[in-house]
Design a protein around this ligand. Sequence first.
Ligand code: HAM
Length: 430
Amino acid sequence: MSKQAQIKAVRGMNDILPSQSSLWLEVERVCANVFSRNGYQQIRTPIIESTHLFARSIGSDTDIVSKEMYTFDDRNGDSLTLRPEGTACVVRAGIENGLFYNQQQRLWYTGPMFRHERPQKGRYRQFHQVGVECYGWTTPDIEAEVLSMVSQVFKALGLTRTELQINSLGDADTRERYRAALVEYLSGYKDKLDEDSQRRLSTNPLRILDSKNQDVQALLEEAPSILDFLSERSVESFSRLQRYLQALDIAFTVNPRLVRGLDYYNDTVFEFINAEFGAQSTVCGGGRYDRMVEQLGGKPTPGFGFGMGLERLIQILQEQDAPISRQTSAPDVYLVSVGDLAREQALQLQVALVQAGHSVQCFMGDGSMKNQFKRADKSAAALALIVGEQEAEAQTVSIKPLRRTKTPLEQQTVAQKDVANIVTNLLESL
Ligand code: HAM
């Protein structure tokens, strides 16, 4: 019989293995805590949406819509797309469920997103975002609140060396006038532009500001700045945001060339960048999008939010060797038991210990005492609990410390009914 070809994961889509998942859980827990303490509620939307949703909101000239979406016809012939981002989905859900009706909303979400990009470090075809979206505020105080939450998350995770860049894209009129000025300036150097930028000159000129090409970046040094085209209202709002950030002690730089890869933004846009991380250095990006709700059929409602890439965040934490990245999944207690009566009692003890808030691993299957102790050591548990045949008869359990402790702990034998309390006290004293 010929050997079957091994089936592999789809290119650019990763398994999150047990050795990684405790860090993922911890990062997600920190985000959920920060968001809920700031008064944000979670929203969960489907992973698949109607294709029109993204074409109408993200912009048909963007890379995402023009070449990166996973789009397919389902069995009814409807065109569906695996979500490439969360914002349009939240807006769709909000309109459909009346969340924007005379209400303000502070929402957050987490989950996988899909983009058919060329995979490399920090860039995948399935990746995960946590995101925040707020609806109903036109003022920059909400922007400061949202940016402050990102900074709270980074602080709680111990992430350092991340730089916040902000910019204002103004209103539609500003961008129209700026686009014309930029096109006029760059048209004078058309032959110096790379192929991509030449194409963008007619399709999406603002995206040229984002070019990674060194020669193009050099040309842009002298290009007009969007900040000189802002209306009085946009200038005022942008400087209020900067005052709030200063009051919150959040360092930032104004980067007039910061544009985003999605077309729906107006006024404030921002990115948190970790320069040491290489080409895919943006950990978190977002901004204001006051037209999207109306564009998707709702009544005009201003929006502001961000998406944070979890793969990038976690890789940076690991590269920086942040204490949180050294998380282990070692249990508090390892239960050793020999004989069937002892195993029965060990299973009961496991329940009692878990209910008391401890993490427990119980040896299963057949194994000598020596063998079980080897496993206990390997588990890196703080304590081994031993129920041998004698202990089982007497309904007792021996407690043996497995790690060196500040004050040496002696092995002791205690009644099984008291073990949960005694373990709690011992673990506290370690
Ligand atoms: P985005 O800039 O396209 O914005 O994505 C946000 C973050 O997701 C990026 O900064 C990056 O960390 C991560 N990310 C994006 N693409 C990939 C990829 N292929 N592989 C790994 N990570 C990736 C948005 O998605 C907007 N929805 C953000 C937003 C929310 N704006 C307003 N509200």
